[in-house]
Write a new protein. Structure first.
Length: 284
């Protein structure tokens, strides 16, 4: 039974994952490479919990209890030692994720579940450098941003993922209150493949002057009942993240996922979306 969870990476996804796990009563160790990163992550969790109290989604006591379940560290060994589940939430780079798991295995227990929050990189590719026994414990847990508010958890299994590992992932999803789907290990899985296709087409429409960003988003929110337009969603996810995903899908699935030049230009200029204050929209 999972009791202790290590979350590697305190960025947007990492601190969100840490929060929902802590709210479910797990002991959570949030790790990043420097103290300023872990502090930013913990501050973001505190802010989200405070909003929950203000909106009467939880009591102050529940918020305090969640915070009490979280410890932060910059030491990998301290984070993963004796952890039952280790969730990697580092940037979307195959070499980095492979290196993280190689380092993790030097300190983690031999039966710890290994999970990656990748949104597009095949699980088999991430586990390619691991031994067969470790690959059987590797699974994809694709959370959605913002993690505390989004109800879906996409569980991705490779041909090496064991039944016990899948069961542990399903149990986690139930305990943290997420609706889980289980998908085959293919590039982009189900959600990123569909979401990126819509997002890239919206960017091409903006690039071609079909309509402005606000109206393109309104077309999907009012016409198709999407909770958020594709350009605003790209801003929330991060234009740099979307670009990396699109490039990965292009190599795996073909030219239909080629990133529009407008997306490349905005990333080059540092206009990455909400986290920088501007992407396809301006964020206060």
């Amino acid at each position: 039974m999972t009791k202790t969870i290590a979350v590697l990476g305190a960025g947007t996804m990492g601190h969100g994952i840490a929060q929902v796990c802590a709210q479910a009563g797990y002991a959570v160790r949030l790790r990043d490479i420097d103290e300023s990163a872990t502090k930013r992550g913990l501050d973001a969790i505190q802010q989200m919990l405070s909003k929950g109290v203000i909106k009467e989604k939880m009591t102050q006591e529940q918020a305090n209890a969640a915070l009490a379940h979280i410890t932060t560290t910059t030491e990998l060994a301290a984070a993963v030692a004796d952890a039952d589940l280790i969730i990697e939430a580092v940037p979307e780079r195959l070499d980095l994720k492979q290196r993280v798991f190689a380092d993790v295995l030097a300190h983690a227990s031999s039966d710890a579940i290994l999970a990656t929050n990748t949104s597009s990189i095949p699980i088999a590719d991430i586990g390619a450098t691991l031994k067969a026994e470790a690959r059987s414990r590797l699974i994809g847990l694709h959370f959605f941003n913002p993690v505390p508010l989004m109800p879906l958890l996409e569980i991705v299994t490779s041909q090496d993922t064991s039944g016990a590992t899948l069961k542990a992932a399903r149990d986690l999803a139930e305990r943290i209150g997420k609706d889980a789907i289980v998908v085959k290990d293919t590039p982009g899985f189900a959600t990123s493949r569909l979401g990126v296709a819509i997002g890239l087409e919206a960017i091409r429409m903006l690039e071609e002057g079909v309509a402005n960003a606000e109206d393109i988003d309104k077309a999907m929110t009012l016409g198709y009942k999407h909770p958020m337009g594709p350009l605003r969603l790209t801003d929330l996810v991060g234009l740099d993240v979307r670009l990396h995903i699109a490039e990965t899908l292009t190599t795996k699935l073909g030219e239909r996922f080629t990133p529009p030049q407008l997306l490349r230009d905005k990333v080059a200029k540092g206009k990455l979306g909400k986290k920088t204050g501007e992407g396809f929209h301006v964020w206060p």
